[in-house]
Every structure is written in C-alpha cells, then in structure tokens.
Write a protein that binds this ligand. Structure first.
Ligand SMILES: Cc1cc2nc3c(=O)[nH]c(=O)nc-3n(C[C@H](O)[C@H](O)[C@H](O)COP(=O)(O)OP(=O)(O)OC[C@H]3O[C@@H](n4cnc5c(N)ncnc54)[C@H](O)[C@@H]3O)c2cc1C
Length: 384
C-alpha cells in the first residue's frame, strides 16, 4: 500500500484554509495548500474582523499581523433603517482589505513550512486505502496527488467538491445574493472607524473604510429585487436612500461583483478523509459580519481531528467534526439567521430599532455576540 504524498492537503487559501495550513505545519505535518486565484485578490466581503476573529488570530499567534498591516480600529456601528439612524459603540473590531489579510495569512502559512500551489484549481477525487486523492489543474497541466486528510476550505459554491461525494448542499429557498465593490479614498463621507450599515426592505449595504482609506461596500439583496432593480449598483442606491444615508454616485459607475446564493449548509460537513470548513461547510447571510470569525475558529477547531486522522481514519472523526462544528459555529450562525429573519419584516425591524433607541441596554446581546463573549472555547478541544 503506497503512502500518500501529503499528510494534509488544504484546498483554498482564504482565512479558513490559510490558518488551518499554518496551524498544521506547526504540528510537523507535511501540508500542501492549493489556491485557485493569484493573490493578492479582491473578494466580496465587508472586511470587518469582529471580536471572535480577533481572538482567533491572537490564539493562533498571528494577532500582530493586524497592526503590521495597518488594520483600522472600528469603534462604532451606525445603523440606518427607514430614515432613522442609531449609533452604537462596538466592543472590538478592525477593518482590513481582504487582499492584504488573505495574502498575509497565506504568507504566514508558507513561512511556517506549508507548500503553496497557486494559481491551481483542486478537485476532491476518490479514496484509496491510504488516502484521499485530489486533482490539481494549472492551465493545461493536470496531476493527481493524495493526502491522509483533505480539508476543503474552498468557500461558497466551490468547484472543489464534486457531485459524487456523499455531501449534500442545502441552499435556503430565500437565500440572498451577496454583492460588493470598492470606491477610491477620495469618495466623500462615510468616515473611518465606523461600520455604516444601511438596511432596506430588500437587503442591506455595509460601508467601511479600509487601511488605504478606500470605501468598501458589501451587500446582500433578495434575488428577485436584484433583478427588478437592474443590478447591484441600483439596488444599493435604493437601500442607501431608504436608510436615509448620503447617496454615492461613484457606486453606480463602479464595477460590482456578485456571489452565489448565500445561506446554505453542507450536510454532513465531512466524508471519508475529508473535512469541510469555513464557508464550504455552511454560511448564513452576512448581517452580523462574522464569516471570517467562523472560518478562523473552524480552522483552529479542526486541528486535533486532523492529528488524530494521521494515525488512522475512522468514521467517528466525521461525526465528531459535525458535532464540534455545530456546537462552535452552528449556534452563532443561528443567532445571525434570527436577526436576518427579523430584519426582513419592516414592522418588526422598526420596532427593534425604536426599542434600541429608547433602551440602549437591549443591544447588549448583539454587541456581546459580535465580541465573542459567549463563545465557549477559542482554543481547540483535544480529541476524546
Ligand atoms: C456581502 C458579504 C459581506 C461580508 N462581510 C463580512 C465581514 O464584514 N466580516 C466577516 O468576518 N465576514 C464577512 N463576510 C463573510 C466572509 O467573507 C466569509 O465568511 C469568509 O471569506 C470565509 O472564509 P473562507 O476561508 O471559508 O472562504 P473564502 O474566503 O471564500 O476563501 C476560499 C478560497 O478558496 C479558493 N478556492 C475555491 N475553489 C477552489 C478550488 N477548487 N481549488 C483551489 N482553491 C479554491 C478561492 O479562490 C478562495 O480564495 C461577508 C460575506 C459577504 C458575501
């Protein structure tokens, strides 16, 4: 029985994949990290790291990167809804462009000893007794390699997971579509250090200044409305007007990108010698802006199971990953889901904003959630 070429292959070098690779090479494993796109790359994201994400980076020994990269401290969130506005103090948060953050995490993994193949597209293939096979494609060159464990951290709707795998993707029937663009630093208004969140009947737009003072726009829209409005730029302009925020003519001429449907789950988030993490395991629309936190916490939590799997694969590892993932990340995603559900009801969301204006203490659970105060563990649980 031939030994696999790698101990671990990680597919996708976003926050989940790059951090998992970084942590696993530090455990003396031979790690191949495969990324489809050439870094640095722009990605649709609000680019805000909340308390959970900051704590996860600290726990991984990479908290120093944020100051080195000039991440902007976030002190406030300004919510706009039906012409009313409310400003709240944030317990923690930093804004950093995904181009810089993802490149830095990827470089940290490589500096620790991971081997990077990029740009290269990976597809999970079959299992041999010794390992899981992965096909790697760079241009016309196609190779097959293998590992004792494959981590799929390939984001939303990725091509890495073929239909032959016993993993079902369930997309919520009312899943919104994500969209985003970046405006140059000379755009007026929307001061830095604040998350500006405009909430409309058919979606919301988050605006934040990043380390280069560019204004990052990240949005989620109901799909039928996006089509009826004629695209993300027009839909975003409507949401800004509904919220009573200043118009941004620059956003109508800027190129927008869109995502696949956002709210989805991979069931189960594992198969033989394959564990899914980050958005690839499941995602909920981004109202609380914490997908990177979920991705980073998942990367830390998967390490003990990957170490256990180096000795021998057993189906208990798949069940244990599903259990840990649901306990650590599923509960946080349910909170975000509940909030997004309430915001789709104009009467309810208006009542919530009025209540928060009158009794600011009511916002404490949301702020504590963003800070990760109720997160049980940020450091990984050892294997049973
Ligand atoms: C509109 C919007 C706003 C958001 N705002 C925030 C926010 O403010 N804060 C926050 O924390 N989160 C936010 N998120 C969520 C956040 O962007 C994601 O949750 C996060 O990027 C997940 O990280 P990941 O590593 O799982 O996936 P990704 O960051 O998507 O990384 C996956 C990587 O895998 C690569 N890949 C894909 N397929 C393959 C393949 N076959 N082979 C090799 N490589 C592959 C991709 O190129 C990519 O680099 C937002 C999301 C949206 C849509």
């Amino acid at each position: 029985m031939s030994a696999p070429e790698w101990d671990v292959i990680v597919i996708g070098a976003g926050p989940a994949g790059a951090l998992a690779a970084h942590q696993l090479v530090r455990q003396q494993l031979r790690v191949l990290l495969v990324e489809k796109r050439a870094f640095p790359r722009w990605k649709i994201c609000g680019s805000c790291l909340n308390g959970v994400a900051l704590k996860a980076l600290e726990a991984a020994g990479l908290g120093h990167l944020l100051n080195e990269l000039g991440a902007v401290p976030l002190g406030r969130i300004r919510l706009g809804l039906q012409g009313h506005q409310l400003e709240l103090a944030l317990p923690a948060g930093r804004s950093l462009s995904r181009g810089r953050l993802d490149l830095a995490l990827c470089e940290a993994a490589v500096a620790a000893g991971a081997v990077l193949r990029s740009p290269c597209e990976a597809t999970v293939a079959g299992c041999s007794p010794a390992g899981r096979e992965v096909r790697l494609r760079s241009g016309d060159d196609v190779q097959t390699t293998s590992a004792r464990v494959v981590l799929a951290a390939s984001g939303l709707g990725s091509s890495a997971l073929g239909p032959e795998l016993p993993i079902e993707t369930r997309i919520s029937p009312r899943a919104r579509i994500g969209a985003g663009c970046e405006l140059k630093a000379d755009v007026r208004g929307y001061g830095n250090g604040t998350i500006h969140m405009a909430i409309g009947r058919h979606g919301y737009v988050g605006l934040v200044r990043n380390e280069a003072d560019a204004l990052n726009l990240a949005a989620a829209f109901d799909r039928p409305h996006l089509v009826a409005a004629g695209g993300p730029a027009a839909a975003a302009a409507e949401v800004l007007a509904e919220a009573g925020f200043d118009p941004l003519p620059e956003a109508t001429t800027s190129p927008w990108r869109a995502t696949p449907a956002l709210t989805r789950r991979s069931i189960p988030p594992a198969a033989k010698r394959l564990l899914l993490l980050g958005d690839a395991a499941g995602y909920v629309e981004p109202f609380t802006g914490e997908g990177m936190g979920w991705a980073l916490v998942g990367a830390l939590a998967v390490v003990p199971l990957v170490l256990q799997a180096q000795r021998e694969w057993d189906h208990g590892i798949e069940r244990e990953w599903a259990r840990r993932h649901a306990r650590l990340i599923g509960s946080r995603q349910r909170f975000c889901h509940g909030l997004a559900f309430a915001l789709r009801r104009p009467g309810l969301s208006r009542a919530m904003l009025s209540a928060a204006e009158r009794w600011p203490a009511l916002t404490a659970p949301l702020l504590q959630h963003l800070d990760g105060a109720n997160l049980q563990r940020i450091t990984p649980e050892p294997c049973p």
